[in-house]
Write a protein that binds this ligand. Structure first.
Ligand code: SF4
Length: 230
């Protein structure tokens, strides 16, 4: 294990002591991975509550993905309106469903798992509106493939602590985490980092005084041992 991997393990250990999501990983899986994909498309530029409301309305109005695929764009737009950007998201969903039906012969992406992480990632990111974070969420949560999604909280913490340079993009952080963290720690580590970003390392006024990462953090108060700075 190299120095950065050791430093990263130390960071994750401290967060696990606080949040315990590695010991008790949340079940973020959906029955059909396609549900997770559409849910993450709906989640773009909105919060979890609006995303879930839109997804619930979508499922109530169109019980199966074949029903969604056969819907008029206007009806689909109306169903998902709480998620915002509804016309754009509706168009993307219809294109995604059409592509998946064409490629797999059914409204399912379960067989993507056979392509492995990189093959499945290439497929997902070629779909309209599916970026690196959306793809990584589907890979990790729904297909159980080793990807490390980086959201706004994780990106902020990784930049502040010095794991990456201050302007590193989320995609680069994800690649580095996948290189330095053992796959078995991805899910719990991902959720621990998000919990920490919400509770302590907040965007505004981070609570450095009560943070277990202080001694590892480049952005913390004087005296920090910014061993992870690159
Ligand atoms: S010490 Fe402060 S800036 Fe660093 S991770 Fe903790 S809360 Fe964030």
């Amino acid at each position: 294990m190299g120095p950065l991997a050791r430093w990263t393990a130390s960071m994750l250990d401290r967060l696990e002591d606080l949040y315990h999501n590695e010991a008790n990983p949340p079940d973020l899986k959906h029955g059909e991975p396609l549900d997770g994909l559409i849910l993450t498309v709906l989640s773009q530029n909105t919060n979890d509550r609006n995303r879930d409301t839109a997804f619930g309305r979508l499922k109530a109005r169109f019980p199966g993905w074949q029903d969604v695929a056969g819907a008029e764009a206007e009806a689909l737009t109306e169903a998902i309106r709480p998620a915002g950007l509804a016309p754009t998201k509706a168009r993307r969903i219809l294109t995604i469903l059409e592509t998946i039906r064409r490629d797999f012969g059914e409204y399912s992406i379960l067989r993507l798992k056979e392509r492995g992480r990189d093959g499945a990632r290439d497929y997902l990111t070629a779909l309209p509106g599916v970026g690196a974070k959306t793809a990584a969420c589907v890979l990790l949560f729904d297909l159980e493939l080793p990807a490390f999604p980086v959201d706004t909280h994780i990106g902020r913490i990784c930049r502040r602590v010095g794991f990456v340079p201050p302007k590193a993009p989320a995609e680069a952080i994800s690649v580095l985490l996948e290189r330095e963290v053992p796959p078995g720690r991805y899910l719990g580590g991902h959720v621990n980092l998000i919990d920490h970003g919400r509770a302590v390392c907040r965007a505004r006024s981070p609570l450095c005084g009560s943070c277990p990462l202080t001694k590892l953090c480049a952005a913390a108060a004087p005296g920090s041992e910014d061993a992870g700075r690159r």
